[in-house]
Design a protein around this ligand. Sequence first.
Ligand code: HEM
Length: 421
Amino acid sequence: HGLPRLVVGQGVKRGDVQARLIGDPAAHHDPFPLHAEVRAMGPLVRGRLTYMTATHSVVKEVLRSSSFGVKRDGSELPQALGAMLRWSGQGGPPHPIQPPSLLAVEGAEHTRYRRLVSSVFTARAIGRLRGQVQAVADELLDELAAGPSEVDLVAAYAARLPLTVIADILGVPASEHAQVLDFGSRVVSSLDIAVTWPEFRETQLALAEFEVWVGNHLDRLRRDPGDDLLSQLVVANEGGQGLTERELRSLAGLLLAAGFETTVNLLGSGTRLLLQNPDQLERLRADETLWPTAVDECLRLESPVQTTDRTALQHTELAGMRVGKDAHVVLFLGGANRDPAVFPDPDTLDVGRPNAADHLSFSGGPHFCLGAALAKLEGEIGLKSLFTRFPDLALAPGAHRRETRVLRGYDRLPVRLGTPA
Ligand code: HEM
């Protein structure tokens, strides 16, 4: 979940691509022409604030390169956001994208941390969640079928499915689900540009409350572990060999934010894309084996995380240019996903695209999304079950995009459900 570095401030000329991406309402709606502009300028472009790239091969190279790393202590951030995060680092609650977050550490420290987490977050463990995800989807769809015929799909389904699944992974008892859903919706945008003080303070307040809750929750799991993934991590860490208490708390916060702020966008954008492309929906109805590819194709076209970034750890060469130590490179994941050199006819939804899975929506290299398999499972079950239960599903007016730049998705998506099957 990329750190927002593109904050409009002093020194940014009007017309600069980075400033337009942040400030131009048209770019908020559709940033892809600007990504194409960046690509046309070259595989690596020196902007006024940072380097940037929307070229698939270069984005991939930076993510995998040991010459680049994450630098997440807030000092590298321009203006307001940097000041806020530096302030929060001094006595504030741990932030999902600040150390000791898994996203913000690197090298040997990251390898150790990631290995411990991966030991319970295995492909098999995620596969076993299939039944659980299906049960959550079915329950939500039952509720929809019993309610009004027009609903906001985000509030009623796209947000609730991933949050309920992540609450199960964190071993949250049913009686506290509502509270965790509330934390989840209030830390909303902790992974994005929180430029106003009121928004930032609300996030900090929610994180501080979450911190108290999660400390008590971890104590409870230590006393009485369940069969959830967080309990397994807690148990695996008894004896001091594993994650520290700080790391466990940070991870729980990251899983809540990561599991919730991103998958909701996959479900919302995916629903809209499929309804706007009825021929592709027909293909899926005729051949259900296309669903996994369809989910990758939705991730490719509407990357829920649009950008991330890396910092050069040493002087190095990239795309034929010399890049100095500490140079900062913004990686347009959503732009790389529409690079015509890799994806012919890149703006078209093709649920049978042979290389749809080559998108970079889950990043790459050491920080490749830990929840990718789960996110795809939720996307597949979530979308397929929705379209199966409501075969006449249709868009209603009033869709609204989230006011975020790093994250891309809808915060309101009204639909008419039609008669349930
Ligand atoms: C990391 C995207 C769902 C947990 C990442 C990164 C991206 C990403 C782009 C890496 C950022 C970077 O390299 O700077 C997504 C998308 C999702 C999704 C698009 C849904 C469609 C999930 C879910 C979980 C999760 C469901 C957990 C259950 C994580 C964690 C990391 C991560 C823990 C940090 C990994 C590390 O730094 O080693 N995700 N994510 N994500 N994601 Fe996801």
